[in-house]
Design a protein around this ligand. Structure first.
Ligand code: NAD
Ligand code: L34
Length: 316
């Protein structure tokens, strides 16, 4: 147990970077086995425009693919790309048998409708889990789809940190399609790392603190620095901070630093466990993307061999 400068107990830090590292090492072994059977998992990432944060995330995804022995293809398109051109790229990747996962990095420039692009991705290659088919499967609890990487990473962090979610009150801040909504769907399932009572708060929630104070587990994904303060949590809470915000800091080498949505120093003494930003949820997003892509490749290999079986059966 760490102690603060006044001897007070501090919540244990959940080391997302270390947990993600273990997952990625294990996946490298699975990639090797798949490659030996003739299938090298392939992930295509499309980045449109030059949003600096997106460029950082996409570069990390590219590095992670290479390191795991996967085939990583990054397609960088100018900010002026038309929706039609982007859709053409997506369709070409749908038809490319060496690509098992397709990801279009969000946000997209304003001339492109993200929903149209997401629907164009083959659901069996939608390793982001954003296609309505995969969203529907997640809600129903069908496990042959893909769950979005960030909420899947949060669930994995909870499981690996020994946090029992069964029957617990989990409060989410944020209801986006990328984080909040799929997070709620995952935590509601009759499943390990789930079976929770879930409350979803958002910008129109009245008296946010009244909800968060009841939380056994608090998951913040609002994109608001220091939204969660010490007076908003109860003693012993597990805090997962999904928020990634750049705040200017003249003393930092890049002129900014990353902070989450939680006032970390103030909340940590009350928490039993807490994720930092960076090195909390962020690295898990990448690990889960790798995991989804390896699974997409394995499912592809299984479909191919089933089809071969049918073809051989027909010949007999
Ligand atoms: P978003 O902007 O789409 O959604 C933010 C949500 O927060 C909205 O539903 C809004 O209603 C709610 N909200 C905003 N202000 C609020 C307030 N004052 N009180 C209550 N609710 C409030 O964002 P998003 O894409 O879900 O991302 C949220 C944050 O998580 C961002 O900081 C983003 O950078 C980060 N993020 C991190 C990862 C990761 O891998 N760690 C992945 C995705 C997003
Ligand atoms: N299509 N768009 C699509 N899929 C996604 O899953 C994402 N996201 C979010 C933005 N747009 C997307 C990501 O990949 C956010 N996100 C993401 C990925 C990685 C990290 C953070 C967010 C990450 O690696 N964070 C590091 C710090 C990185 C830095 O230095 O900026 C961390 O330790 O938190």
């Amino acid at each position: 147990m760490d102690r603060g400068s006044h001897g007070e107990e501090l919540g244990r830090i959940i080391d997302g970077a270390a947990i993600a590292r273990r997952i990625r090492d294990k996946l490298a072994g699975e990639v090797e086995a798949l490659a030996a059977s003739g299938v090298v998992p392939g992930l295509a990432v499309i980045l449109v425009g030059d949003d600096p944060a997106s460029a950082v995330y996409v570069a990390s995804k590219e590095r992670a693919c290479a390191e795991a022995g996967m085939n990583g293809l990054t397609i960088r398109l100018p900010a002026t790309t038309t929706q039609r051109d982007l859709l053409d790229q997506v369709r070409a990747l749908n038809d490319d048998p060496s690509i098992h996962g397709i990801l279009v990095q969000m946000p997209l420039p304003k001339q492109i409708d993200p929903d149209t692009v997401i629907r164009a991705i083959d659901p069996t290659k939608d390793v982001d889990g954003f296609h309505p088919i995969n969203v529907g499967k997640l809600l129903i609890g069908e496990e042959d789809g893909f769950a979005p990487c960030t909420p899947a990473g949060v669930q994995e962090l909870l499981v690996q940190s020994g946090v029992n979610t069964l029957g617990k009150d989990i409060v989410l801040i944020g209801r986006s399609n990328i984080v909040g909504k799929p997070m709620a769907a995952l935590l509601l399932q009759d499943h390990l790392g789930a079976n929770a009572t879930v409350t979803i708060c958002h910008r129109y929630t009245r008296d946010l603190a009244a909800h968060t104070r009841r939380a056994d587990i608090l998951i913040a994904a609002a994109g608001r620095p220091k939204l969660v303060t010490a007076d908003m949590v109860k003693q012993g809470v597990v805090v997962i901070d999904v928020g990634i915000n750049r705040v200017s800091d003249a003393s930092a080498p890049k002129g900014y630093r990353l902070v989450g949505d939680v006032d970390f120093d103030a909340v940590r003494p009350l928490a039993s466990q807490i994720t930092p930003v960076p090195k909390g949820v962020g690295p898990m997003t990448i690990a889960m993307l790798m995991k989804n892509t390896v699974r997409a490749a394995a499912m592809h290999a299984a479909r191919v061999s089933a089809l071969r079986g049918v073809a051989i059966g027909e010949m007999a």
